[in-house]
Ligand binder design. Sequence first.
Ligand SMILES: Cc1cc2nc3c(=O)[nH]c(=O)nc-3n(C[C@H](O)[C@H](O)[C@H](O)COP(=O)(O)OP(=O)(O)OC[C@H]3O[C@@H](n4cnc5c(N)ncnc54)[C@H](O)[C@@H]3O)c2cc1C
Length: 411
Amino acid sequence: MGYSGDEFDVIVVGAGVMGSSTAYQLAKRGQRTLLLEQFDFLHHRGSSHGESRTIRATYPEDYYFSLVTESYRLWEQAQAEIGFRVYFKTQHLDMGPADAKSLLSVIASCRKNAVPHQVLNRRQVTERFSGRIDIPDDWIGVSCELGGVIKPTKAVSMFQTLALKNGAFLRDNIEVINIAKDGDRGVTVTASNGEKFRGKKCVVTAGAWMRKLVKTVSGIELPIQPLETNVCYWRIKEGHEGKYAIGSDFPTFASYGKPYIYGTPSLEYPGLIKAAVHGGYQCDPDKRPWGPGFVPDTLKQWIEQRFKGSVDSSRPAATQLCVYSMTPDEDFVIDFLGGEFGKHVVIGGGFSGHGFKMSPAVGKVLADLVLTGEAKGVELKHFRIERFQENPRGNIKDYEDQVGLLLKSTL
Ligand SMILES: Cc1cc2nc3c(=O)[nH]c(=O)nc-3n(C[C@H](O)[C@H](O)[C@H](O)COP(=O)(O)OP(=O)(O)OC[C@H]3O[C@@H](n4cnc5c(N)ncnc54)[C@H](O)[C@@H]3O)c2cc1C
């Protein structure tokens, strides 16, 4: 099955959630689309595999709000088209010290964007969640109806299936090693097996490989750092399992203390609840350490105290490794590659451990940018490459100096 020599309207490089969602958007608009993936489809070596991702409307940064709300709508739409569910509604609870700057920004952003929410003290959190979760006296909780869990591998498979149904061509085990401008005709994409693909335009969504590929193609070094991260699942003690299960009114949650901890109700592994630290170890995505995943004592203490002894905090019952592609400010990179590529090549990367929920809207933005040169109504200034350009190497250096990387928290 080769398409060498064929010409495509758009070639998408990288079939994680962002590339798959983009291919779906493009194919749906009648574009002759090719989606290329270096490994097997739905592999476990990137960022988009697994069983659960949080979706929530509560963000400290105001500019994510419209991407999240658009995504809620697009998740529903894609589910209706495919005929099965990847999104499961829950409430969401943010919590942390009452003076935590990011948490106060969450509240300000909720107010500004009219996101229905309630600010709760310790007693109210206990009441609201029937004693299943406890916070210290000097913390607050922010409870919001707009939470939920998305099933990542199933969602990527959904976008790939929808792309196919709309006429896209999908190839896996094709590693792209170069993208070159092809005069006025567009771009030529070269794979490591020697195949060449011609496209009028190209979108690069290479996840943790973005820095490498963009450097090879354009010489630009983006400060996107791959981090290997460890997702922990904890055993709920006998008799308490049902109280923490999805559908039991238990929320997805984020804790703005140090470290930043996030989690979801029990869903994928009955009797286990997910709670993990936002952060990880720097890694080369082609030479991953594959563990051992670090489980800090602070996380164990958090489990013991927040769940009031109902969850075994001695050690995780199961763990899963995954990779983040982090930028120094944890904001995405969505932009034209520029230079000789002008607006022919668009990149979408650096999703910094919080992009999954917004993948439907990001796919739409990337499709808009590559087809029309703009994404109407979407403010992209926080996602531009130029924000790194004053001192790109300096940014990477500062970043690399922070081992353990628990920065501004936005899961
Ligand atoms: C443990 C964990 C928990 C997370 N939790 C949340 C959460 O709760 N909520 C949330 O919103 N987000 C969350 N995220 C973040 C979210 O999962 C990521 O932002 C998202 O999956 C990024 O998708 P991507 O398509 O950019 O990257 P990837 O999924 O890594 O996809 C990139 C693809 O490009 C391919 N590729 C790379 N180079 C080439 C090449 N040269 N040729 C061909 N193919 C290539 C790769 O093989 C890969 O398949 C979490 C991430 C992790 C790891």
